[in-house]
Design a protein around this ligand. Structure first.
Ligand code: GTP
Ligand code: MG
Length: 219
């Protein structure tokens, strides 16, 4: 049993590696739900507070430097950006880079517009196979992350927490954040119980995200 589990995990890791080694293409950027492309293929969205590293993770996963635009300044990504993987393939999946939520330095009306766009997308997109909710491993889960968790619980959208920037905290601090995060998501019905730990800067944990996408794409 243990051996066949290990073989299956190794198979999925390889499937993920192969999927993400293929060319990826920007499809479109969307500023309102009317502009969403048809939900005709499996979709994987990357959500999270501003500046947690959503765009950096998409770049790292796809081995591309500037596919998704990143920045030191929160609020870089202002549209819902769709990427097709593999590019030009009828069996592609969409990787979806979302604007960050909870960014207070923008105008109130802009924050409202983004929040409404993100929540309508997350709660109403039938083709979403999983939402990866990114959490900065130095900061842990915040109140607005839990609001997003609850929104997806209610909408029955499968989501999984991905800790980012794991190269930053000390080992014991990281362990504490992982434990605390696991405790929080136990209370959320639509949360996948396994927390992934990543660092786009070093490549740590990327194979686990790729493998999760490869597995969900098959079903
Ligand atoms: P918004 O689009 O503004 O919501 O931000 P985002 O979540 O897309 O974050 P982005 O990828 O633009 O990264 C924000 C900052 O975090 C940048 O300065 C990145 O270089 C940095 N960053 C991203 N990933 C890592 C990581 O793994 N380690 C470290 N140390 N820094 C990272
Ligand atoms: Mg971004």
């Amino acid at each position: 049993m243990a051996n066949s589990d290990e073989a299956e995990a190794a198979r999925l890791t390889e499937a993920g590696r192969l999927l993400f080694a293929q060319p990826v293409a920007f499809v479109k950027g969307v500023v309102n739900v009317d502009g969403l492309p048809p939900g005709d293929r499996p979709e994987f969205a990357f959500a999270g507070r501003s500046n947690v590293g959503k765009s950096s993770l998409i770049n790292a996963l796809t081995n591309r430097k500037d596919l998704a635009r990143t920045s030191n300044t929160p609020g870089r990504t202002q549209e819902i950006n769709f990427f097709a993987l593999p590019a030009q393939d009828p069996d592609s999946v969409y990787l979806v880079d979302l604007p960050g939520y909870g960014y207070a330095r923008e105008s109130k009306s802009k924050v409202r517009t983004w929040t409404s766009l993100i929540t309508r997308y997350l709660a109403g997109r039938a083709s979403l196979r999983r939402v990866f909710v990114l959490i900065d491993s130095r900061h842990g889960v915040k109140a607005n992350d839990e609001e997003i968790f609850t929104l997806m619980d209610t909408a029955a959208v499968s989501y999984q927490v991905v800790l980012t920037k794991a190269d930053k905290p000390k080992r014991d601090e990281l362990e504490a954040v992982i434990a605390k995060t696991e405790e929080i998501i136990r209370k959320h019905v639509a949360a996948f119980p396994q927390v992934l730990v990543t660092a786009s800067r070093t490549g740590a944990g990327l194979e686990d995200v790729r493998s999760a996408v490869a597995q969900l794409r098959e079903h």
